[in-house]
Design a binder for this molecule. Structure first.
Ligand SMILES: NC(=O)c1ccc[n+]([C@@H]2O[C@H](COP(=O)([O-])OP(=O)(O)OC[C@H]3O[C@@H](n4cnc5c(N)ncnc54)[C@H](O)[C@@H]3O)[C@@H](O)[C@H]2O)c1
Length: 277
């Protein structure tokens, strides 16, 4: 930890999930106490961790779980395209409950796990150029993440909280294909983003940043993250040799990639159109 960093009591929603599981060792090493909130129990809690089972959309559960916390990392929710009703309940209502519980408990620092898919219909070139990208979702999931960002802005503006909406590229231990050589967020860099959110943000406000590593082939501008003290250090290119790039289809014209194509259906119902133009 740097001199500016201190130990926190962190509520980590989605504490049993993939990204949280990769993040937890870094938070423990930094000396934080971590509450693992999830609808399923997180495995193998360490001495500084506690397990809290409940629904992120349950405001009472969230208010109780966040009592005494100094920061919230909100990863809990549905991470892919799903039925509209489920995404609304879990990702939108769940984010509202998280922010409302943070506010009621006086927790100033909140990191929200947004996604590239909140802005998936923007050309990738606009992201590289560093243009501010208003929401342009490529899916119901993307809409839920755009709503997450809107809620983050609301609570930051209304209650002078310090909220970061992190547009995560692709989490995981390592990049797995050509696309993720551009979009990867390493576990260590996800921890750097948490530390920036908890320790580096000065004035209250809502900060929308790209949550990606310092990838050689990165297609987003990372200066927004630098503005809150997030300086990624890992590079997906270190893994490029292990990736077979031959024959892989590039979906790099739009940020959402394949999700922005007509082939990627909305929701899970996929009712046929009654009128085909
Ligand atoms: N993995 C990625 O590449 C990626 C990219 C962009 C954004 N994100 C976002 O980051 C977050 C974490 O992603 P992940 O890959 O670890 O997903 P994950 O599915 O592995 O983890 C999400 C966790 O949330 C929990 N959860 C689901 N519904 C819940 C509810 N109603 N109440 C409490 N907990 C609930 C699940 O049980 C799960 O453990 C998600 O919000 C996802 O949308 C992930």
């Amino acid at each position: 930890m740097s001199a500016a960093q201190q130990s926190h009591i962190i509520a980590l929603t989605g504490g049993a999930g993939m990204m949280a599981t990769l993040l937890r060792p870094f938070l423990a090493a930094a000396g934080h106490s971590v509450r693992l909130l999830d609808i399923v129990p997180a495995a193998d809690p360490g001495p500084q961790e506690s397990v809290h089972v409940g629904n992120v959309a349950d405001l009472d559960f969230m208010v109780e779980s966040l009592t005494g916390c100094t920061g919230v990392v909100h990863l809990g929710g549905i991470h892919r395209e799903q039925a509209w009703e489920d995404l609304v309940q879990t990702n939108i209502t769940g984010t509202r409950a998280t922010l409302e519980a943070a506010y009621r408990n006086g927790v100033e620092h909140v990191l929200l796990a947004s996604s590239t898919h909140a802005v998936g219909f923007h050309p990738s070139a606009a992201a590289i150029a560093g243009e501010p990208l208003v929401p342009r979702p490529d899916s119901y999931y993307g809409v839920s993440k755009a709503a997450m960002e809107a809620l983050g802005g609301l609570y930051a503006d209304k209650y002078a909280m310090k909220v970061v909406s992190a547009r995560i590229g692709t989490g995981g231990t390592h990049p797995g294909n050509t696309r993720t050589l551009s979009s990867w967020l390493s576990p260590a860099d996800s921890a750097r983003l948490v530390e920036a959110t908890l320790n580096e943000i000065g004035a209250p406000g809502h900060h929308v940043v790209w949550a990606v590593s310092a990838n050689t082939r990165g297609w987003v501008d990372t200066t927004g993250g630098q503005g809150i003290g997030y300086f990624p250090q890992d590079n997906a290119e270190d893994f490029a040799g292990a990736i077979d790039e031959a024959g892989q289809q590039e979906w790099d014209q739009l940020l959402g990639g394949y999700w922005s194509s007509a082939g990627h259906k909305l929701g899970i119902d996929n009712f046929p159109r009654l009128v085909v133009p």
